[in-house]
Design a protein around this ligand. Structure first.
Ligand SMILES: Cc1cc2nc3c(=O)[nH]c(=O)nc-3n(C[C@H](O)[C@H](O)[C@H](O)COP(=O)(O)OP(=O)(O)OC[C@H]3O[C@@H](n4cnc5c(N)ncnc54)[C@H](O)[C@@H]3O)c2cc1C
Length: 520
C-alpha cells in the first residue's frame, strides 16, 4: 500500500471477531506453496541444507549404521512443511535409508496454559498426524515430557539420531539437557532452530541491548537464511515399528489444565487455518498494516501470532509470502519485516541469553534502580489479580482490552503495551505487576507462554530493550502510557463500544482519588 492510501472505511462492528477466513475458501495459497516447494527441489537431498541451523548437543555425531530409524521430537514447531527440523530429520533418514518417526510428547500442563491453548495445539496436531500418514511417516503420540520419554523410545526402537526443536524457555531447555544425559551415548542429539529465520545462536552470540543492536546483525544474515523450502516428501522407507492410532479423547483427558477458559471461534487451529489467515492478511489487511497497525479499531494486523506460537505456520514462510508484495506495499511490508523478524527474533535472543527473562532481576540496572526508587510511591489505584481478570477497573479502555483478551484469546498489539503498563501502575509492586501481566497473558492469550510474551511484559513493566524516559511517580524512568495518549491515537469509544468495558467505581482507593478531582 502507498502510505497515503485511504484507511479502511469499515469501522469494527460490535461483536466482530478478528478476521477468520474459512479454510476451504482459502486454498489458493496452500496449493501455490506446494508447487513452490516442488520447484525449489525434489527433496531435501537435492537441497543445500544450511548446517548452521543445527546444533549437535551430544558427543556422538554419526548415525550408527545399524539403526532402525530417525526420530524427530516435535515440540515448538508443530507442522510438517516449511519446517527445517522436520526436513533435517528426513534428510538423515533418507541418507541412512531408514524410516522416519515423529513423536509428540504430551505434557499434562504447560505453564499457565488452559484448555484453550491445548485444544488449539491438539487440533493442529491432528492435521500433522494426517499429513504424516499420507507421507509414510509414523506419528507417535507419547505421554509425558520429552526429557522423560524420548530416551526410552530411542533406545527401545534403535533410533539412530534424535532431532529436536529449539525453544529458549527454561523448562524446555531443561528437557534438552535431560536428553543430553539420558540418550544412548552413540545417538546424536541434534537441535534445529526451525522457529527463527536466522538461527538464534547465529543471529548473535550474546544478549542484545535492543532492536537497534540486533537489527543489523539479522539483516546482514538474511540473504543466507531467507531461502525457499524444499518439500518434505513421501518417505520411501518403512519398518516394523508402527505408530499406535492416536486416541484424541485420551489426549484431552490426559490434561490437567483449567477447562473454564475454552477455545475461541475465530482462530481455526492447524497449518491450513494458519495459511488461510496469512492469505486473508495479504489480500485484505496488509495494505493497511503500515499506517494502521497501531489503531485497535482497524482491521490491519496479521493476527497470525497464535499459529506462529505453536509453530503451525513458519515465520519464514510468512515473510516469503509478504515480502513478495513489497513493490505494491513497501511501507507495510517493511513494517511487517520489522515486527515479524526483528522484534520476534529479539525476543528469542533475550530468553536464550537471559534465564531471568520473566523477572525484575532480568532487567537492566537502570530499570531495576528506578523501579526500586519508586517502589513505595502511592499507587493511584490498586487492583487485585481477580479484579484485573474480571475487567473491573475504573478504565473502560483497559477493561475492554481485557475483555478482548478473555473472549478472543488475543489482544490488539498496541493495547497490549497499554494494558501491561497500567498493571504496573495499579498493583502493589513491580514484581506483582509483572507477575499479574504474565499470568493473565499466559492464561488467556493463544500466543502466550512465548518468548515474545515475556519480552512484551518485561518491555512494558521493566523497560528491557528500551531507554529511560522522564521520571514520574510509580514508573520512575520506565516509558509511560496513558488514556489521553490513546485518545489522541484512535477512537477509544469505538473500541469500548465493541467490547463493552465499563467504568467500575468500587475501589476505595479510586473513590479517594476521584474526590481529589483527578481524572484518568
Ligand atoms: C504486554 C505484551 C505481551 C505480549 N505477549 C505476546 C505473546 O504472548 N506472544 C506473542 O507472540 N507476542 C506477544 N507480544 C508481542 C506482540 O504484541 C504480538 O506478537 C502481536 O500482538 C501478535 O499479533 P499479530 O500476529 O496480529 O501481530 P502483527 O502486528 O501482525 O505482527 C506480525 C508478527 O510480528 C511479531 N511481532 C509483532 N510485534 C511484536 C513484538 N512486540 N514482539 C515480538 N514479536 C512481535 C509477531 O510474531 C506477529 O505475529 C506481546 C506484547 C506485549 C506488549
Amino acid at each position: 500500500m502507498s502510505s497515503n492510501k485511504e484507511p479502511p472505511k469499515k469501522k469494527i462492528k460490535v461483536n466482530d471477531s478478528p478476521s477468520s477466513p474459512s479454510v476451504s475458501a482459502q486454498s489458493n495459497l496452500k496449493q501455490r506453496l506446494m508447487l513452490d516447494r516442488k520447484e525449489t527441489a525434489e527433496s531435501i537431498l537435492n537441497f543445500k541444507f544450511n548446517k548452521k541451523r543445527v546444533r549437535i548437543l551430544s558427543k556422538a555425531t554419526e548415525v550408527p549404521s545399524d539403526c532402525k530409524g530417525i526420530a524427530y521430537w516435535m515440540f515448538r514447531d508443530e507442522r510438517v512443511q516449511d519446517n527445517w527440523a522436520f526436513l533435517f530429520a528426513q534428510k538423515l533418514a533418507l541418507k541412512n535409508k531408514v524410516p522416519l518417526h515423529v513423536c509428540f510428547c504430551l505434557l499434562t500442563k504447560f505453564l499457565d496454559g488452559t484448555i484453550r491453548q491445548f485444544k488449539f495445539l491438539l487440533k493442529g496436531l491432528r492435521e500433522v498426524q494426517k499429513e504424516c500418514e499420507e507421507l509414510n511417516i509414523e506419528f507417535h503420540m507419547l505421554y509425558g515430557s520429552g526429557g522423560d520419554v524420548m530416551p526410552g523410545f530411542v533406545e527401545k526402537n534403535k533410533i539412530g539420531a534424535l532431532v529436536i526443536d529449539f525453544m529458549p524457555l527454561r523448562n524446555v531447555m531443561a528437557y534438552a539437557d535431560q536428553l543430553k544425559k539420558a540418550l544412548p551415548k552413540d545417538v546424536p542429539l541434534c537441535q534445529v532452530d526451525a522457529h527463527n529465520i536466522v538461527p538464534c545462536w547465529e543471529a548473535s552470540n550474546k544478549l542484545e541491548y535492543g532492536a537497534r543492536t540486533i537489527r543489523p546483525k539479522i539483516h546482514k544474515q538474511l540473504p543466507e537464511y531467507l531461502t525457499q523450502f524444499p518439500p518434505v516428501i513421501k518417505h520411501p522407507y518403512s519398518g516394523p515399528l508402527k505408530a499406535e492410532k492416536v486416541d484424541w479423547d485420551r489426549c484431552e483427558a490426559h490434561l490437567e489444565v483449567d477447562r473454564s477458559v475454552d477455545e475461541v471461534e475465530w482462530a481455526v487451529p492447524g497449518y491450513s487455518g494458519g495459511i488461510a489467515t496469512l492469505e486473508s492478511f495479504i489480500n485484505k489487511r496488509l495494505k493497511f498494516f503500515g499506517t494502521k497497525r497501531n489503531d485497535p479499531t482497524q482491521d490491519a494486523l496479521s493476527n497470525i501470532s497464535p499459529w506462529l506460537h505453536f509453530g503451525q505456520v513458519s515465520a519464514q514462510r510468512c515473510i516469503l509470502v509478504v515480502k513478495a508484495l513489497r513493490s505494491k506495499y513497501p511501507e507495510s511490508v517493511d513494517g511487517y519485516i520489522e515486527e515479524a523478524i526483528i522484534r520476534r527474533e529479539l525476543s528469542d535472543n533475550f530468553c536464550f541469553y537471559n534465564p531471568k527473562y520473566d523477572s525484575i532481576e532480568g532487567t537492566n540496572d537502570w530499570a531495576k534502580k528506578t523501579l526500586n526508587d519508586h517502589k513505595k510511591d502511592k499507587r493511584p489505584y490498586l487492583y487485585t489479580r481477580e479484579e484485573l481478570r474480571d475487567s473491573k477497573t475504573h478504565d473502560d479502555l483497559w477493561n475492554s482490552a481485557q475483555i478482548q483478551l478473555v473472549k478472543e484469546g488475543k489482544m490488539h498489539g498496541f493495547l497490549r503495551m497499554y494494558w501491561a503498563k497500567k498493571i504496573l501502575e495499579w498493583t502493589a509492586s513491580p514484581e506483582q505487576g509483572l507477575a499479574d501481566a504474565i499470568y493473565l497473558n499466559d492464561r488467556y492469550s493463544l500466543d502466550g507462554r512465548d518468548p515474545s510474551g515475556y519480552v512484551g511484559c518485561m518491555w512494558s513493566v521493566c523497560g528491557i530493550h528500551d531507554q529511560g524516559w522522564g521520571e514520574r511517580e510509580v514508573f520512575g524512568k520506565i516509558r509511560y502510557m496513558n488514556y489521553q495518549g490513546c485518545k489522541r491515537k484512535f477512537d477509544i469509544s469505538a473500541f469500548v463500544a465493541r467490547y463493552g468495558g465499563k467504568v467500575y467505581t468500587k475501589s476505595a482507593t479510586m473513590d479517594k482519588f476521584l474526590t481529589k478531582g483527578k481524572k484518568k
